[in-house]
Every structure is written in structure tokens, then in C-alpha cells.
Design a protein around this ligand. Structure first.
Ligand code: IPD
Ligand code: CA
Ligand code: CA
Length: 276
């Protein structure tokens, strides 16, 4: 891909993320409808849908032949039929958007034939833009991000997400939190996977682990962490997919192996507990 095309994709992703974030903030100040998707723990608002529609229309105006994989699916089609695919979460952290009115983000990634080219995570409440372009490093508001500090596992602050599987168990508690108790400095749950991965790239958190995320939750964060020098795989150590659900482990490379050792998860553990 030509350097000028890559720059154009990055500029458009940044523009879309900023305008999407500004739209979310403006709409948050007025009443909006909230619906349950699958349960009372799985929300979608009218703002999620409006913001995704706005982003998709903007992208397709510039690149009508590109594909879109978005959480609110305003664009249909098999993601693999497109060479260039935009992976979008208009509001990552909808529950935070509704309750806390902070700690949510816009996540936009561009993949070409399965390779991550551009990742952007924008936190409109704090006006923080995290982004990366393949081979060109990661940035926070134009400041380069580089994970150079050698962090020991006992010094690491990690983030995770727990979720309710079909049997209504918080499987992250048993398979992640209990195993890491006493091994790491602390665990946090911020409620926006994209933002948590961006914070790993920025060194505010040292690692993020989740048993199951959708492609739009980790699509951008993964590129930003990798470009900052972090390591990102599934929780069992395989490469992450770009177009489907997966477990995710993103961390400072200094303790990656040790963390895998303590989590000690097999594909069977994952399947038995409804993780991906
Ligand atoms: C959710 C957030 C949350 C994670 C969930 C996601 P949403 O995304 O990223 O941190 O734990 O698994 O579904 O629904 O707010 O876009
Ligand atoms: Ca999400
Ligand atoms: Ca979302």
C-alpha cells in the first residue's frame, strides 16, 4: 500500500473518531433512549446507532468500495469479501456512557487483507486521542508512546472484564482474578476494553486480559499496543483474529510469559466456560 493511501486512511480514521466522540458528548447532555440488547447488562442507546451511522456514511463517502464491521451493523456483508475493512465500535463502554457519563471511547481500526494498518481510540470526555499506524509507532495526542520500562509482574497493574455467561457466572473472577490475586499489584475494571488497551499502550496500565471480546472491542487497541511495543495475543497465546470474537491478552512484553504461566488456560478451559 502506498504511503499516501496509508496517510489518507489515518487522517480519515482520526477525523471520524473525533467527530463521533463530539457527537456522543453532545447527545449525552440530552435525553436519549436506552434499550436492552440481550439482557439488562447489555445495553444499546439511540446514540450508539446514530454515531455509527454517521461514521459509516463518512467512510463510504470517501471509500465506497471498503467494507465495514461495526457493532451496530448499519452495513451488511461478509467482512472477508473486502480487501480493506473498517472495524468500528461507535461507543465502547455504553454502560459507562449511560451511568457514569465518562470512561467510554470511540474505536476505529482499518485492516487490509487481515493486517492492521490504523488504530484509533478516542476518549471524548478527556479529549485524549490514542492512535497508531502500522510501522509508524503509537501516539497519544501527538506524543509518542513507547513501552520501554521493564515491569515485573508483581509491580503490574492489570485490567480485565468480567461478564455473565449463560449460567450467569462471572467467569472472569475464577479464570482470571482469583489466579492473579497476590501475583500482580492490582486489578481494575474500567468498562471500556478499547480504552483499557489504549491505557496499556500509554503505560497507565501494564496489561489487559479478557476471556471474550468482539472484533470491534479490540480491533484498534491491538494495533496501538503493538505499535507501542506491547505484546497482544489470545489468552492461550495464539495470534488475534481481526473479524470475529476472541479472548485477548495485551501487555508489557516484560512479563508476558509469566502472566501466561499463572493464567494457565487451555482451549478446553475456554470452551468449558463459554469463553472464546
Ligand atoms: C463492552 C466493553 C466492556 C467489555 C465488554 C464489551 P460495549 O463494549 O468493552 O469493557 O467488558 O465485553 O462488550 O458493549 O460497551 O461496546
Ligand atoms: Ca464494545
Ligand atoms: Ca459499543
Amino acid at each position: 500500500m502506498q504511503a499516501s493511501t496509508l496517510t489518507a486512511l489515518k487522517e480519515l480514521a482520526l477525523h471520524c473518531a473525533r467527530s463521533a466522540g463530539e457527537l456522543s458528548l453532545a447527545r449525552m447532555k440530552q435525553p436519549f433512549t436506552v434499550e436492552y440488547k440481550t439482557s439488562a447488562s447489555d445495553l444499546v442507546t439511540a446514540v450508539d446507532k446514530e454515531v455509527e451511522k454517521h461514521v459509516v456514511e463518512t467512510i463510504l463517502r470517501h471509500f465506497p468500495d471498503h467494507g465495514i464491521l461495526g457493532e451496530e451493523s448499519t452495513f451488511a456483508g461478509d467482512p472477508r469479501q473486502f480487501d480493506t475493512l473498517w472495524v468500528i465500535d461507535p461507543i465502547d463502554g455504553t454502560t459507562n456512557f449511560v451511568h457514569q457519563q465518562i470512561n467510554f471511547s470511540v474505536s476505529i481500526a482499518v485492516y487490509h487483507k487481515g493486517e492492521g494498518l490504523v488504530g484509533v481510540v478516542y476518549d471524548p470526555s478527556r479529549d485524549e486521542m490514542f492512535y497508531a499506524t502500522k510501522g509508524e509507532g503509537a501516539y497519544l495526542n501527538d506524543q509518542p508512546l513507547r513501552l520501554e520500562r521493564q515491569v515485573k509482574l508483581e509491580e503490574a497493574l492489570l485490567c480485565t472484564s468480567v461478564f455473565w455467561n449463560k449460567r450467569a457466572e462471572q467467569i472472569g473472577i475464577d479464570l482470571i482474578v482469583k489466579k492473579l490475586a497476590g501475583k500482580v499489584r492490582g486489578m481494575r475494571l474500567l468498562g471500556s476494553a478499547a480504552l483499557e488497551m489504549a491505557y496499556v499502550a500509554a503505560g497507565r496500565l501494564d496489561g489487559y486480559v479478557s476471556l471474550s471480546l468482539n472484533a470491534w472491542d479490540f480491533g484498534a487497541g491491538r494495533i496501538i499496543v503493538e505499535e507501542a511495543g506491547g505484546r497482544v495475543t489470545t489468552m492461550t497465546g495464539s495470534p488475534l483474529p481481526f473479524d470475529r470474537k476472541s479472548s485477548v491478552m495485551a501487555c508489557n512484553p516484560a512479563f508476558y510469559e509469566e502472566l501466561q504461566h499463572y493464567l494457565n488456560l487451555t482451549e478446553n478451559d475456554m470452551a468449558d466456560n463459554g469463553a472464546t
